[in-house]
Structures are given as structure tokens and as C-alpha cells.
Write a protein of this length. Sequence first.
Length: 255
Amino acid sequence: MKKAITEPEILSTISKLITEKISNDDIEGTDDSALEMENSERKLVIDKVDEKGNYLSGAKIKIESTDGKYQNVVLTQDKSIVLENLPYGKYTITEISAPNNYVTSKDVTNIELSENKLSEQVKLVNNLTRVEISKIDGKTGKLLEGCKLQVQDKEGNVLYEWESTNEKYIIEGLSYGNYYIAELSAPEGYDLIKEKVEFKVDDSTEVLSVKVANNQNVDVPDTFSTTSSFLLFMAMIFIFIGLSVMLFVRKKINN
């Protein structure tokens, strides 16, 4: 004969089932939360900035895993670039191209994400293009003062104008392209350069040195004129001597 199940036993069984269900849900929820937290923490933050720490937009950055399984190219903005859920492993970060007016960085940044290091933040710095213009003596190479110069674009628009000193003239942040140096006046004793001096700025122009040389004036003596004057002078002397001799002889004859 089967034993009848009492009401308290039924309530106890239901209570145990509910407790087990709640415990299982808590465990599963804890695992999912931990996984989501780990994924959100596993990230790479890239800050592309100028020399003063200001964010730069328009640079192309390549992120690549050393095993070749992950590769990504991002375009920087005026804020941090955040890449999440990256697989564990080693990565290289390189710059493909810089914003206009800036020099493309040749640096390679290496990072590694692991269970012990879930996140990494790197700062990539770009320098402005830089041109150094020296006005020099063509013979001695020394800097010349007092030359009036201009930097023009290919359309002939004047971008910079200055008078040379005993220091180099420095221009930072020129956009990529061809430019021309025109000389308006030369120091006293030097020839004016009539032809424009061309130079080019590109994303590799970390420091471009441009030298503009002036030659001193050289007075070439007029050989023909000098010879003619000398001959005329000698002729006058001979004439004078000849006349003097003739007068002397005539005087002797008359006496």
C-alpha cells in the first residue's frame, strides 16, 4: 500500500525546487556578468595629439596583431579612439598618414593584452612641418642681414615676407606642396637674385633646410678704356716733349 504524501512534505519539496532554481540563476548570471565585464575592460585607447597635447583628427592609424589574425585601420578624431573586445595577444601600432601640415610619425608602438593586462592606452604625437631658410654669402657661407624676401605659393600669393637677420627664418605648419622664395632686395655690395628658389613640403618634412646664396658685386675694370687713357696721356707727354725740343732748337738757331 502506497504511503500518502502529506501537505507539509509537498510544501517542502516545492521550496527546495524554488531554492535550487534561484541558486542556478544566480550562478549563471554571475558568469555572464563577469564575462561582459572582462570584455568591456579588454580595450585599447589611442590618443593622437600634437606637440602641445591637443587632439588631432585626420590621421590614419594601423593596428595589427603580430600573428596576423587581427588588422584594423582607424581615422583619428578630436577625441580618444577606443577599440574594445580585442583578443589577447601582441599588437603593433603604426601611422599610415598624418594630417596635413604635420609630419608622419615613423615610430612603431608595441603593446600586449593579456589576462594580467586587459587594457592599454598609448599616445601618438605628430610634429608640424618645419622649414628653415638661411640667407647666406655665396663665398663664405655666413648669414647675411638686410635682404628682403618672400615665400610664395605656386599661384604667386605672398605667404610670408621678412628681412633677413643673423638667424635662420623658421616657418612651421606649411601645408604639403611646392613653394618659392623671391628676393626683393639684396644687401649693399651684393647681386640681387632674380630667379625664384623652389622648395617642396610633404609629410616627411620634419626639418627642411633651404639656403639662398648671394654673390658680392665685382667691378670689372674697363681694360680698353684704361689702355686708351694711358696711351693718350703718354701721347700728350711726347707731344709736350716734342714741342719743347722744337722751341729749344728754334731758339738756338735764331741766336
